[in-house]
Design a protein around this ligand. Structure first.
Ligand code: SF4
Length: 161
């Protein structure tokens, strides 16, 4: 059975920086959960960050790919550089995905880690730009197909092939 790595906050786990979850209520996700397909992971928590924690954004062009390549940083709103933690979170997420045999991931949008289609622009002003978070970029580089929640039907179609 095809397994899917999922952002834990989408599954209702209160692991976000603000101490909340962001549950994604969708019948397809409920079915996959009942089938035991889902591997829920909060990469930031797994890398040792606490809940709650300061918000973080990718600073510099190129999104998560640039963070992995060392040309962009991940900064907390406090000014602390957490680039190394986010790189570690991405490596660990890839290990979890590979160990579970996941070829697909469903990752929440907007996060500097999980951001599947969009991230914030690094100015902590609420401005979204196209791009991937560090985890999403790492998984994509490794050939794991990353989907945003709004594209869950497209992911379901891929699974059905
Ligand atoms: S790292 Fe991913 S799973 Fe964890 S809170 Fe952020 S978006 Fe959710």
């Amino acid at each position: 059975m095809e397994k899917i790595l999922v952002s834990a906050c989408l599954m209702g786990h209160a692991v976000r920086y603000d101490g909340k979850a962001k549950p994604f209520l969708h019948p397809v996700l409920e079915r996959w959960s009942a089938e035991g397909r889902l591997v829920a992971l909060c990469p930031e928590m797994a890398a040792g960050l606490p809940v709650p924690r300061p918000p973080a954004e990718i600073v510099g062009a190129g999104g998560g790919t640039a963070v992995l390549g060392g040309t962009a940083r991940v900064m907390e709103a406090t000014g602390r550089d957490v680039t190394a933690v986010f790189q570690r979170a991405a490596d660990h997420a890839l290990t979890v995905a590979r160990d579970a045999g996941c070829r697909f991931a469903l990752l929440i949008d907007g996060s500097p880690s999980c951001g599947s289609l969009a991230i914030y622009d690094g100015h902590f002003a609420g401005t979204r730009i196209a791009g991937q978070g560090v985890v999403a970029a790492r998984l994509s580089q490794a050939g794991i197909a990353v989907f945003a929640p709004r594209d869950i039907e497209a992911l379901a179609a891929r699974l059905a092939v």
